[in-house]
Design a protein around this ligand. Structure first.
Ligand code: ADP
Length: 193
């Protein structure tokens, strides 16, 4: 059973590399950002709650996010394991993930962190804004998302570092270069046949 977390600031390329990494590990990608956007598009109650946080670049409150993730990780397709993209992002979420994993009698195998220089992140997100028109890709909201990441999510790096789970990947450079580095990490995580 392979349970892995993929972490990194907005614009680091989590979404770009998640499928590849999950494919190599043989597990589904669970992306909280994608789930929230799908709920917004479907106009559900959860979507309506999430939208104002997404648009402001703030995290959706932990109790909302945690409840959604608990339910998702109980689904049948998560039995072989999962790659979490964008969760946990707060210490409270990390504690809930520990609980969920303990209840499933498993534990995290690794936390892969994509590291990218700050200015490169802003440039990437502004470029993406022109192409994808995501409502949270304006310069002001981008800067806020980076701040929130530094305040609330960076502390998780030492938490997982202390547990010996961190696998840091240099996310600077071309997508193809980063892909090679991600694959290298995936190989090290795949149990030998
Ligand atoms: P990015 O990593 O580029 O910010 P995501 O698609 O992962 O993009 O997330 C988009 C938004 O969804 C976040 O800014 C936040 O509002 C919300 N979100 C995603 N994951 C979480 C989470 N674990 N906790 C709270 N909010 C979240």
């Amino acid at each position: 059973m392979t349970t892995v977390v993929l972490m990194g600031p907005p614009g680091a390329g989590k979404g770009t590399h998640a499928e590849l990494l999950a494919g190599r590990l043989g597990v589904p990608v669970i992306s909280t950002g994608d789930i929230f956007r799908a709920q917004v598009a479907a106009g559900t109650d959860l979507g309506r709650t999430a939208q104002r946080y997404l648009d402001a670049g703030e995290y959706v409150p932990d109790e909302v996010t945690n409840a959604m993730v608990r339910e998702r990780l109980d689904a049948g397709d998560c039995r072989p394991g999962f790659l979490l993209d964008g969760y946990p992002r707060t210490l409270d979420q990390a504690a809930v993930l520990d609980e969920v994993l303990a209840a499933q009698a498993r534990s995290l195998v690794a936390v892969v962190v994509l590291q990218v220089d700050q200015e490169a992140l802003v440039q990437r997100l502004l470029r993406r804004a022109e192409i994808e028109h995501r409502s949270d890709d304006t310069e002001e909201v981008i800067r806020r998302r980076l701040e929130v990441y530094a305040e609330q999510t960076v502390p998780l790096i030492s938490l997982y570092g202390g547990r010996g789970l961190l696998r840091e990947v240099d996310g600077n450079g071309e997508i193809s270069e980063v892909r090679e580095r991600v694959l290298h990490v995936a190989c090290a995580l795949t149990p030998a046949e």
